[in-house]
Write a new protein. Structure first.
Length: 318
């Protein structure tokens, strides 16, 4: 304190400094009150994570009063029977409902004038853009799409996985700035998407996660048919999958590729197709489609035999 100041002047100086610091931290995403409409896996997990980072969790509302009451108690917020009242008390409002009702919930709240200027309104859908939050934006709110590139089947898995995940952010510049602060404080990373690229981004996520599970299901089915005992199915497959993922951490997909197609082993591919066609015909389309994609990666290698290439393309044709 300046020795020439009176006690009152000193108090006023520090009060103004405190107000300035709090305003700066508010703009950076700190000291913000967060509410959730939707009390499922993502709503509960984000409440727990953001609450542990210092955000104030205002509370929850949901179509299921029971789940909203339970999650509010577990996370530490309050239960709200009225979504508009929850929104009025929230600087950030997450719409963590199922994807197909996010827009409807937003429209209903907007009709009730349930959004307010400079409020961040966010959803966590991978397939939808922030455009579905346009009713909130018309009332002065900042729309945000904030999606973790991660699989979260349960709240327990989500709590473990999200802090080491990468989030995509898309929305207004003001909302994206707040989104960056939230993700960083959780210990995760992020990248910013353009709105028009969101659908393609989500298709990539589906291929990497959902289709990987489907692929594993097909491989398990073939192993089971080949006589591998049930309790050995995953112990046989997982080390192979994990080793492949380890390779991909250091190599490009083309460089990490192994197997009969890369080697140009036509006889092996022919026998695969014959066996699958006989014993598991429902998996043949998947085998051939993935084989064609594998062949396109193989073609990136210089010097691949053109005669073998033509034969493999014919074998793998739909």
């Amino acid at each position: 304190m300046d020795p020439n100041w009176t006690e009152t002047e000193g108090i006023m100086h520090y009060a103004f400094r405190l107000i300035f610091v709090r305003k700066f931290l508010f703009l950076e995403g700190c000291f913000m009150r967060i509410g959730f409409i939707g009390a499922g896996v993502m709503g509960k997990t984000m409440g727990l994570l953001l609450g542990s980072c210092g955000y104030e969790i205002v509370g929850y509302t949901s179509r299921s009063e029971t789940s909203a009451l339970r999650v509010a108690k577990e996370v530490g917020g309050k239960f709200f029977s009225d979504g508009a009242k929850l929104s009025a008390n929230s600087d950030i409002l997450f719409l963590t409902t199922p994807d197909d009702v996010i827009q409807q919930v937003c429209r209903v709240l907007a009709k009730e004038e349930g959004f307010h200027p400079r409020q961040v309104v966010a959803h966590m859908s991978g397939s939808h853009t922030s455009a579905i939050l346009e009713p909130a934006e018309r009332l002065g709110a900042f729309p945000l799409s904030m999606h973790p590139f991660q699989s979260c089947p349960t709240a327990e898995k989500a709590l473990e996985n999200l802090p080491r995940s990468v989030f995509s952010l898309e929305g207004s510049p003001e909302a994206v700035k707040i989104g960056k602060a939230m993700v960083s404080r959780m210990g995760a990373d992020y990248f910013v998407l353009d709105r028009e690229d969101k659908v393609l981004y989500h298709a990539a996520a589906c291929m990497a996660s959902n289709y990987l599970v489907a692929l594993m299901g097909g491989a398990i089915e073939l192993l089971r048919m080949s006589g591998v005992e049930e309790e050995m199915l995953l112990p046989v497959l997982l080390p192979l999958v994990e080793g492949t993922l380890d390779n991909l951490k250091e190599l490009s997909p083309a460089a990490a590729l192994t197997g009969p197609i890369k080697r140009g082993d036509i006889n092996t591919v022919e026998r695969h197709i014959e066996s699958i066609e006989e014993k598991a015909p429902e998996l043949l389309d998947m085998y051939k489609a993935l084989g064609r994609r594998t062949l396109s990666l193989t073609m990136q290698k210089q010097g691949f035999d053109r005669a073998k290439l033509r034969t493999l393309m014919a074998l793998l044709r739909p």
